[in-house]
Design a binder for this molecule. Sequence first.
Ligand code: SF4
Length: 540
Amino acid sequence: ALAGETPRADRLIEYLHRLQDEHGALFADHLAALAEALQLARAEVYEVASFYHHFDIVRAGEAAPPALTVRVCESLGCAMAGGVELAASLATRLGADVRVQRVPCVGRCDSAPVAVVGQKPVLHADADSVAAAVAGGERDEPLPDAIRFDAYRAAGGYRLWQAVRSGEIAGDTVIAALDAAGLRGLGGAGFPAARKWRTVAAQPAPRLMAVNIDEGEPGTFKDRHYLETDPHRFIEGMLIAAHVVGIDGIWIYIRDEYPALRRLLAGELDRVRAAWPDLSPIELRRGAGAYVCGEESAMIESIEGKRGMPRLRPPYVAEVGLFGRPTLEHNLETLWWVRDIVAPALAGGPDPFASRGRNGRKGLRSFSVSGRVLRPGVVVTDAGITLRELVDEHCGGMLPGHELYGYFPGGASGGMLPARLADVPLDFDTLGAYGCFIGSAAIVVFSQFDRARVLAENAMEFFAHESCGQCTPCRVGTAKAAELMKQPAWDAALLTELGTTMMDASICGLGQAAPNPMQSVLRFFPHEVGVAGENKEGAA
Ligand code: SF4
């Protein structure tokens, strides 16, 4: 697993991946040897390996798992498209030599339902197509047809970064352009990017950077879209940020569900390093199937080779982050916009980002749209667009025979809104009055053939599965709520009290946001759960 390198405890998760890739699972004697090589207690290695859903630990006396695993997504979009039933039918059809697992969102909600055979996704899957993929023997996904390094450079790519790097363009000028455009963190939190850059730049060196490509929010697949199409636009934005803020090392954390993108990115980063050998170190790290690692401090723990448990703040990662150093943490998409905000601003032309927006909002947003629409996919359009405008103008309307009943405006954690609120501007800060938020702009549209309560139960079970277990309100609250939500008539008072406790007392956003869909049902779809509520206008 160490492949001749000097052992580093922070690379523990990388070594675990190598062992599992080589041997099909993690065996007790291998974990013991790894602990010895890293001079860690066996318990430390075990606690990390057992934290992540993608690691299979084989204990003494246990049988190894079958050589092939088929993962079937059961999150919102795939569940609506029959993913749960598909998993059940595959379990009997594929036999004992194949393991069928129901897994959370694999980031391909626009092609639901999705099964992953080994590492090869089967889109719009049914039992026949998955069985054919199993029999076909191909286990890897081909590399996407992205713009590669030579083509990107030939089109003028990296010139902006080189101008920043040479001092021809001052860092303050770059930050001012981001400020004027109003660029905010597009991973979900919406923190102003320029303010974050200034804050980290003011911290003592060495300063580090951590890039989050761990989009695990059910319904979200925009980062995949951007990497599949134009990875160097992101890399250039990342290098501009690194130079302006004075970064000494970059870590990129990509979710394990995107193996082809990881290979693509590794190859393209090699080309960048070959062209500019004096770059600061850039390390690519592989997640291991833990949604919570999309939370910035959990991701940092994971990069350090630990369980992905969110940290208590303060201190904030901008001051004390990766390896204890001030850290600039960004989602991929935020960096993807940097080039095309800064370059036009310097040329004196209109900013293509800030000049957009409608219904009183400013900027562009990348909506991942899935569910009961005719053309699901990533839609890049005005901040402040309404759900009705988004579906009608960009998604071809609803599926034939389907009428809008409601939607998730921000993935599983962003809550749900009924059809009567389809004209609310979608953006940061516009949905709080309804107990919702836009987060990573994952829009899941549902119709009269869906039940909001079923979707809320799906979301709560997801949160219970993904809770890191560190704090009681989230660990116990998500499991308890998932159980209570199975009752035909909900105990509104008890669920409300439970939700309030989780929101008030959980350490991180997972536990704080987990009650949102449940509370949306109580407020907007009460007729489904036998309680009195704010209205019953959404009744189908
Ligand atoms: Fe972990 Fe949940 Fe607490 Fe977050 S809220 S730290 S996921 S237990």
